[in-house]
Design a binder for this molecule. Structure first.
Ligand code: PEP
Ligand code: MG
Length: 749
């Protein structure tokens, strides 16, 4: 046949391919039959299938028309020649004059010089590259649009057949052994630590067992039924969510818009008419959307393509009857691999996980906040890992460098295990220090506290040897729900936290929401710079209902014992005064209601903007304590977004400029007689922690795992000497004191 690949012809071809799949026989015979049928159907002299031998190399696995000797001999690197280009870009190439195409590579062993017409389409399955399907003809012509479309449909069926293992075994074994190669992914560190384990996919792969549909009418009806079911589920979800209102509902509304989209439906129906089953049609369109997503830079478009991707997944699960719960057993030492994950879902997994790797995500995402609270290594932005990994694959996560090894070679695994063993060894050493105070050799004592944000953090209080919780971030209970938590629930949680602390102090920070931490039920403000926007205490003072409710919950939880509360992001004294007044009102209310009150209340402010370091003395004396939120203070001091990879490590905490600011804060607090602590991430880094102590800070709050290393260092150094080194460095014109301090520590610590 030549010319258009008519619908009926396409269906006939797909059915032949399906029969090939069903028939017993060797994989090579199958591939040979397939190329023969395709060439015959499209009326081209040549049809070839190239599959990946390894992630960088394509191999000619079957051909009709080229020299048979070239099979399993001809290989191309990814990006090499037209075939390599199709594979790399995931885009078809259709040309009447192949040798004139940029990148054309002549392969004499195939005898292809006599075929100028070339059409290559990628064989891919929801973004996963498997190979390239090529047809060539002697007559110099471009293939028609219908022919191209038809070939994409055929390639889709081949992809599903590959997924089902139809080409595995025999001479193709090395080629079709996908998901067996070692792979390395370079992402961004979201939480430090190293872990070894096995992949647990948050969204298991859907397997399409019947890519070919016999009866288009029936498949169209199945698709329509599936979409109707999807719509009604979305409606139900929407009705439920709109009770709570807010942003979630907006997202679902977008979803519903897609589910009603005619063009999406039409494309899938066309795929069905060409012979695909309903689920293969959904997957084909999903694959195309993914490919567009990978190229898209416009955030709005990306968001919509994401929605479409999620929707396709839901529809696929409906059509195949495969739920999220596939009945698979979670492997030992599970490491969660996902494209992305919400905070509530991650919390559900809880401490079962050894690590988390996300293809997307960001350092400041809610999931990252939860991973940090769970103290498990997290790597975000890890590329295509969610497509490449299979449940149970061996995986090593290095949260320090952001590198992930999937199915690593023995040598890599051995090196990685050494690293984990060294860390474990160090942890053991630190555990021996647990009961000892952090006293420097000069006799100066530093109090080490831990940061927390979940009930699940509390066991670390005992394990780490922390003297208390210096910062309890209260956002998580708000972030992981679909509506504002109830006062009673919060009070119960805060009470449990204090009970578990067994008399050790806990400093509760009131809600720091806004900026990167957006509540699902709160309409996000369209702010150009949310970190400098309507957040934390600013929001609390403007929307007092939530602040009042949280303060009531804290007062109730603190009944009969001391209570410590801290307001975040105070930029001018009146914000603190007003927040404190609201607390006073709530206290009075509790008194009038006859509730038992805390035995004492200490109220502090977080120093997170440079402005407040310059506040009048009266501000310092009005606070019961102050805590430097170094993460925010540093980003505003250097005007360098803490979430932006391009700048977040650009300026050093140990620069004389930043240390001067800290020194000034220390001096002002000393002079005013107000206790000061530091609770940003830097407090948990030994070199930084030592420098802060040298500046005069006496209380540091950090993640529990950092307490051991920091204490270990403190107990070996003379802080008065380090103070002289730091003071000297601050007089110099060095841009950072890091080399001088590191050097001194190496010699003395
Ligand atoms: C800080 O800014 O340093 C801090 C401790 O608060 P968060 O990281 O929660 O903004
Ligand atoms: Mg902060």
């Amino acid at each position: 046949m030549s010319g258009d690949l008519a619908e009926s012809e396409s269906r006939k071809l797909l059915q032949r391919l399906r029969d090939t799949l069903a028939a017993p026989g060797a994989s090579q015979d199958r591939l040979d039959n397939i190329t023969h049928h395709i060439a015959d159907s499209i009326g081209a002299e040549v049809c070839s299938v190239y599959l990946f031998r390894d992630p960088q190399t394509l191999e000619l696995c079957a051909t009709e028309g080229l020299r048979p000797e070239a099979v399993h001999q001809t290989r191309l690197r990814l990006g090499e020649g037209l075939v390599g280009r199709v594979a790399r870009t995931g885009q078809p190439i259709n040309t009447a004059d192949a040798p004139a195409e940029p990148g054309f590579r002549f392969m004499p062993e195939t005898g292809e010089e006599v075929y100028p017409s070339f059409l290559g389409v990628p064989i891919q399955r929801v973004g996963e590259k498997l190979g390239v399907l090529v047809v060539q003809s002697r007559q110099s012509r471009r293939f028609t649009e219908d022919e191209c479309y038809g070939m994409e449909v055929v390639a889709m069926v081949l992809a599903e057949m590959a997924e089902l293992g139809a080409f595995a075994g025999g001479s193709n074994d090395g080629v079709t052994a996908r998901h067996r190669f070692p792979a390395v992914f370079r992402g961004t560190s979201g939480q430090e630590g190293a872990a070894e384990g096995h992949v647990w996919l948050h969204e298991p792969r859907v397997v399409v067992t019947n890519p070919v549909g016999d009866d288009p009418q029936r498949e169209r009806a199945r698709l329509a039924e599936g979409v109707a079911m999807l719509r009604s589920r979305l409606d139900a979800l929407l009705a439920d969510l709109s009770l709570g209102g807010g942003d979630h509902a907006d997202v679902m509304e977008t979803f519903r818009m897609f589910a009603n989209s005619r063009s999406w439906m039409r494309r899938m129906e066309e795929d069905i008419d060409l012979g695909l089953s309903a689920e293969a049609a959904v997957e084909k369109e999903q694959g195309q959307a993914r490919a567009r997503l990978e190229r898209a830079t416009d955030p709005y478009l990306r968001e919509r393509l994401h929605d479409l991707d999620d929707l396709s997944n839901r529809l696929l699960r409906i059509l195949t009857g495969q739920g999220r719960d596939t009945g698979a057993e979670m492997p030992e030492n599970p490491i969660l691999v996902a494209r992305n994950i919400g905070p509530a879902e991650l919390l559900d997994y809880g401490r079962k996980l050894r690590g988390v790797v996300l293809s997307e995500g960001s350092v400041g995402s809610h999931a990252a906040i939860v991973a940090r609270a769970l103290a498990i290594p997290l790597v975000v932005n890890a590329g295509r890992i969610a497509v490449e990994a299979l449940n149970g694959d061996a995986i090593f996560v290095d949260g320090d460098t952001g590198i992930v090894h999937l199915r690593p070679e023995d040598s890599v695994a051995a090196a990685f295990r050494d690293k984990i063993a060294m860390q474990a060894e160090a942890q053991k050493r630190y555990a021996d220090l647990r009961g000892l105070p952090a006293v420097a050799t000069c006799g100066t004592r530093i109090e080490l506290y831990m940061n927390a944000g979940l009930m699940a953090d509390l066991p670390s209080l005992e394990g780490s040897g922390a003297e208390g919780v210096g910062l309890f971030r209260t956002e998580l209970q708000f972030l992981t729900r679909t509506r504002v938590p109830r006062r009673g629930d919060l009070a119960t949680l805060y009470r449990k936290v204090m009970d578990n602390a067994q008399g050790k102090p806990v400093v509760f920070r009131t809600l720091d929401i806004g900026s990167d931490k957006v509540l699902p039920y709160m309409k996000p403000q369209d702010e150009p710079n949310p970190a400098m926007g309507w957040r934390a205490i600013r929001l609390g003072l403007d929307k007092r209902g939530v602040l009042r409710m949280q303060l009531q919950a804290l007062l109730r939880a603190g009944a009969g014992r001391p209570l410590e509360i801290m307001f975040p992001f105070v930029a001018e004294p009146s914000e603190f005064t007003r927040a404190r007044a609201i607390l006073g009102e709530q206290l009075e209310r509790e008194r009038q209601l006859g509730h038992e009150l805390p035995t004492s209340i200490r109220v502090g402010a977080m120093l997170e903007t440079p402005s407040i370091a310059f506040a009048p003395r009266s501000f310092f004396t009005s606070c019961d304590f102050l805590s430097i939120g170094g993460n925010d203070l540093k980003q505003f001091f250097f005007a360098a977004d803490r979430e932006n990879e391009a700048v977040r490590r650009r300026y050093d905490t140990l620069s004389p400029a930043f240390l001067s600011l800290l020194k000034q804060i220390v001096d002002r607090c000393d002079e005013a007689g107000v206790p000061l602590s530091f609770c940003g991430e830097d407090a948990g880094r030994p070199i930084e922690a030592a420098t802060f102590a040298a500046l005069g800070l006496r209380k540091l709050s950090m993640r529990p795992a950092s307490i051991g290393p920091v204490k270990h260092l403190f107990r070996r150094i003379d802080l008065s000497e380090l103070s002289r080194v730091v003071a000297g460095g601050m007089e110099s014109d060095a841009e950072t004191l890091r080399p001088a301090i590191t050097d001194w520590l190496a010699r003395n610590g």
